[in-house]
Each structure stands twice: as structure tokens, then as C-alpha cells.
Design a protein around this ligand. Structure first.
Ligand SMILES: NC(=O)c1ccc[n+]([C@@H]2O[C@H](COP(=O)([O-])OP(=O)(O)OC[C@H]3O[C@@H](n4cnc5c(N)ncnc54)[C@H](O)[C@@H]3O)[C@@H](O)[C@H]2O)c1
Length: 376
């Protein structure tokens, strides 16, 4: 399989809410030129992760100045804690102080945290204003910046308050990944692998060959993988914007993964993508034990994660992992449907499907084995 990254943008087709996703090097410096035709007012309210602002705001500001776009900058403290009501209120208030109009656009510069927060602010400010995304982590370039899911966390769980609000433009500049810490990069890579596992076995094979180089800094491989991932996400979202059907496949590894994140207190013990990687392995393990998936496919996925620096076993947890705690987290999952748990299972690599009737005894046995392995 040849995976390349031509200059043409990926298009997400959603009738009047369609938009372009540009992928490549040097895009930050072209923001003004690419954004200007989409703006009614030559102004942008930039919401930036404070770490990212320190590293990358100056070239963005120069590009906006060059295109005659004035700009405000609002810095968001780095970290998941910023997806909160308190931060949302402060942000909305800061925007309102600038006397925005319905055509005032927001621009998110940062990872998934800033993208989700800014998108939600855009969805509810003046009953909806446009927003643009410049995702700066691998995870946000291949996943969160595309598709229009926005939101914040509540004490009851992650992403429980939010809305669907599509951006007008996404600029995935792969140069920005050069400042991303290695562990963040690998964590985002788990979401890249997810597209191969869902329905694209050739992409998974391509990643087996090119993933290590991509993580080591190969720009061509990065651009090709980000573009291919955005194409996959755009195709799935265009077919099912509100997750009534196939969009749920993007949650592969996430039912388990969210439980892992919740149990480790959303701490640095496990990054989001690391939880998704472990959750994907658990979903494949469950599929093998249900007689759906060849064990060799589970081994292949595990070997690829190990080769790219992703975890393949649960970290040790003070007090140990407890099966009943997993079930508690599962029942809080947004995907619970009429009381039934939803899992994405697989008949093999690239052959995932949605299941709502997983036998609880086999699920419990899988969890018990993973918990026991972590304790060894
Ligand atoms: N909306 C969706 O569809 C969707 C999909 C997947 C995940 N998410 C959400 O995305 C969030 C996770 O996103 P994330 O992994 O991007 O985390 P993040 O936004 O917290 O960024 C991770 C860290 O990397 C730093 N960083 C970002 N870009 C950098 C760069 N270029 N150089 C150096 N440091 C940089 C940030 O300061 C932060 O510390 C979660 O809240 C998750 O719920 C949303």
C-alpha cells in the first residue's frame, strides 16, 4: 500500500457545514492566508494552550498580521483541568469583554484540551460563532480537531457536557509536532493505529513498517499518517455525524480506556492515548476469548504497541485493579444504551464492530486476568 500526502486538503463533507483539513509542513505561517477567505470580520480571538503559545504563537501572530487579521490572545493553562466550567466561564467572559459579534471567530491553538474547550465556547457564545482549529498534538491532529465533538469535564466524568459544533477549517501543521514530548507523541500514535484496527488492515501493515520512523521524526511518514487518519475520520463522520451508527467504531478501546483513566485519576500514570492502546488490547483480548478474533491478531497488535513505546500491560495500581471498579466505570460510560454496555469488538485487525451483548462472565474473566498481570 502506498500512503502519500499531496498538498490538496482533506474535505469533510457535511453539506453547508463542510470544511477543509489541511495537513503538511509550514501551515502555521500560512494561517492568515488560509483563514482570511472564511472570516466575515478580519479578526480572530485566539485561545491557546499556554505552553504552545510560548513555543508557537509568534509565527501565528505574524501570519495573521500579514493577512490584515487583528487578534486577541487568551492563554489556557496546560492540562486536562482546563476542560472545566470555571475555565469556560472565564474564557467566555474574556471574549465578551471584547464585544464580539455573531461573526467573530475563535481559533484554537493547542491539543485536544484547548480544541474541545474552544469548540464548546464557540458553540454556546451568542448561540454559536465560527471556530477554527490548529491542533498541535498528534492526538488532536488525527482525531479531536476533526468531527465537531466539543465539551468539558464534570466531576462525574469526562466530556459529559458538550455539543456537536463543526470547525470551519483545520490546519494540521506537522512541524508543530517537533516540540511535543516523546511520550505525548506515542500516546497520540495510539489513535493513529486505531484507524488501522477499525477497518483498514493495509494501513495497520503500513504503520508496522513506518510507525517507528514516524515517531523518530520522519516528516514524510508523519504527514502521510496524519492525512490518512484525517481522511478516515472525515469519511466516518460524514457518514454519521451524531454517532447514531458507525461513528461509534472510533471508540475502539475507549470503554476500557476511560475506565483505566478514571481509576488512575486522569493522572500522568496513564495518558489518554496510552489508555486507548491498553483498551484496544483488552478489546482484542475479549474478542479472542469470545471466539471472534484469531489470537495471532492480538499478538500482532501487542507487538506493534511494544515496538512503538506504548504500554502493553496495566501499570501497577496502589491497592490493585478491581474488577467491580471497572464495571462501575462502564456503567457511567456515555455509550451505555438502555442500560446495555457498548464495546467495540474485532473479528481481526481492520474488522471492528459495535457489540451490545458482551457476556459479563467472560468480560469479568478478561478484567481479572489483566488485573492479576499488573500485580505480578
Ligand atoms: N473532540 C474529540 O473528538 C476528541 C477526541 C479525542 C480526544 N479528545 C480530548 O482530547 C484531550 C486530549 O488531547 P491531547 O492529548 O492533545 O492533550 P492536551 O491538549 O492536554 O495536550 C497534551 C500536552 O501537550 C502539550 N502540547 C500541546 N502541543 C504541544 C506542542 N506542539 N509542543 C509541546 N507541547 C505541546 C500541552 O501543553 C499539554 O501539556 C482529552 O481531553 C480528550 O478528551 C477529544
Amino acid at each position: 500500500m502506498t500512503i502519500v500526502s499531496p498538498a490538496t486538503p482533506v474535505r469533510l463533507d457535511l453539506a453547508e457545514r463542510s470544511y477543509d483539513i489541511h495537513v503538511g509542513a509550514g501551515l502555521l505561517a500560512r494561517t492568515g492566508e488560509l483563514a482570511r477567505p472564511l472570516l466575515k470580520l478580519p479578526h480572530l480571538f485566539v485561545v491557546a494552550d499556554e505552553t504552545v503559545a510560548g513555543l508557537h504563537y509568534d509565527p501565528l501572530a505574524a501570519s495573521l498580521d500579514g493577512a490584515g487579521i487583528s487578534h486577541h490572545l487568551y492563554r489556557v493553562p496546560s492540562g486536562e483541568g482546563s476542560k472545566s466550567f470555571a475555565r469556560l466561564e472565564d474564557l467566555l467572559s474574556a471574549i465578551l469583554d471584547t464585544r464580539p459579534e455573531r461573526s467573530t471567530a475563535l481559533l484554537a491553538l493547542g491539543g485536544g484540551v484547548v480544541g474541545d474547550l474552544t469548540g464548546f465556547a464557540a458553540a454556546i457564545l451568542l448561540r454559536g460563532v465560527p471556530f477554527l482549529q490548529i491542533p498541535t498534538t498528534l492526538l488532536s491532529q488525527v482525531d479531536s480537531s476533526v468531527g465537531g465533538k466539543t465539551g468539558i469535564n464534570m466531576k462525574q466524568g469526562k466530556n459529559l457536557v458538550g455539543s456537536f459544533h463543526q470547525p470551519r477549517l483545520v490546519l494540521a501543521d506537522i512541524d508543530l509536532l517537533s516540540t511535543l514530548p516523546r511520550r505525548e507523541l506515542a500516546s497520540g500514535y495510539a489513535e493513529v493505529v486505531k484507524y488501522g484496527l477499525i477497518d483498514d488492515p493495509d494501513f495497520f501493515a503500513w504503520l508496522e513498517a513506518h510507525g517507528p520512523a514516524l515517531l523518530a521524526g520522519d516528516a514524510e511518514a508523519r504527514a502521510a499518517a496524519v492525512r490518512h487518519s484525517c481522511q478516515a475520520k472525515a469519511r466516518i463522520v460524514a457518514g454519521d455525524e451524531r454517532e447514531a451508527g458507525n461513528r461509534a467504531l472510533l471508540n475502539l478501546g475507549h470503554t476500557f480506556g476511560h475506565a483505566l483513566e478514571a481509576e488512575t485519576g486522569f493522572s500522568t500514570a496513564l495518558y489518554h492515548g496510552e489508555s486507548v492502546a491498553l483498551g484496544s488490547l483488552m478489546a482484542f483480548d475479549l474478542s479472542v476469548r469470545l471466539g471472534l478474533c484469531p489470537a495471532a491478531d492480538l499478538d500482532r497488535v501487542r507487538a506493534h504497541f511494544a515496538a512503538t513505546g506504548l504500554p502493553t500491560r496495566l501499570p501497577a495500581l496502589a491497592g490493585g485493579w478491581r474488577v467491580e471498579r471497572f464495571f462501575e466505570h462502564f456503567t457511567h460510560d456515555k455509550k451505555v444504551d438502555a442500560g446495555r454496555l457498548t464495546f467495540i469488538l474485532a473479528r481481526g485487525i481492520g474488522r471492528s464492530f459495535v457489540s451490545r451483548d458482551v457476556p459479563q462472565d467472560i468480560l469479568g474473566a478478561v478484567l481479572a486476568d489483566w488485573a492479576a498481570e499488573a500485580a505480578r
